[in-house]
Design a protein around this ligand. Structure first.
Ligand code: AP5
Length: 210
């Protein structure tokens, strides 16, 4: 099954994509994660996108579309995929139409206030990129990853200024995709406010109904 995960920053797309990927046995592809890994490894792409990502703006469509085109052609995605964070603009959605078929776009619905709470408390493992939250999903040992023992850090774009910028960018450039997918009969709305296992229950139920 091919699924798109859509929603504001901090809606829980990455958290739910990890749960759904493990349950459904299909890979989780996060464009944000690919960019962060390029930055960490000092690649040309990483050097190009670092300042853009840290400020909360979007990477240009041409770079993002080229990256996804290459990724979707790789054999490990033959059994399906969850695209987390792509498409994020109408041109990206139009480009995807020419690249692959998909079951639907899951729209994780949540308000700004909750988003700010989630992003400002997020901690990420430097080793394996697992996400935590200081209040909602704390690690067993403060500052250390449960899975690999790596150090937890705060993403540059999880500071107050970039969070505000990301929300503005989402409303202006990504939210129009809700109407785009609805018009095509592909939108699957899911309430993202409850705890992750409840959101997963709602996603499972919505996919059964769809
Ligand atoms: P990306 O990494 O995709 O960031 P994002 O969309 O802003 O999403 P986040 O990772 O911030 O949040 P999420 O919804 O995955 O929530 P999470 O599960 O982590 O992109 C980063 C940047 O890369 C972009 O700003 C852009 O510059 C660039 N980029 C990426 N894709 C691009 C594209 N297609 N085009 C152009 N540029 C692109 O959860 C958040 C927190 O909440 C965590 O602490 C978690 O523990 C907690 N949490 C999660 N679910 C729950 C829950 N149900 N209850 C309580 N807490 C929860």
């Amino acid at each position: 099954m091919n699924l798109i995960f859509l929603g504001p920053p901090g809606a829980g797309k990455g958290t739910l994509a990890d749960l759904a990927s493990a349950e459904m046995g299909i890979p989780h592809v996060s464009t944000g994660e690919i960019f962060r890994s390029a930055i960490k490894n000092g690649t040309e792409l990483g050097k190009k996108v670092k300042a853009i990502i840290d400020s909360g703006s979007l990477v240009p469509d041409e770079d993002t579309i080229a990256l996804v085109r290459e990724k979707l052609a790789s054999p490990e995605l033959g059994s399906g995929w969850i695209l987390d964070g792509f498409p994020r603009t109408v041109p990206q959605a139009q480009a995807l139409e020419g690249l692959a078929e998909y079951r639907g776009a899951v729209n994780f619905e949540i308000g700004n206030e909750e988003v700010v709470k989630r992003l400002s408390g997020r901690r990420v493992c430097r080793g394996c990129s697992r996400n935590y939250h200081v209040d909602f999903m704390p690690p067993r040992k403060e500052g250390l990853c449960d899975a690999c023992g790596g150090e937890l850090y705060i993403r540059e774009d999880d500071r107050e200024g970039p969070i505000r910028k990301r929300l503005e960018v989402y409303r202006a450039q990504t939210e129009p995709l809700i109407a785009y997918f609805r018009q095509r009969g592909k939108l699957i709305d899911v309430d993202a406010r409850p705890a992750p296992d409840k959101v997963m229950d709602a996603l499972r139920a919505a996919l059964k109904k769809d």
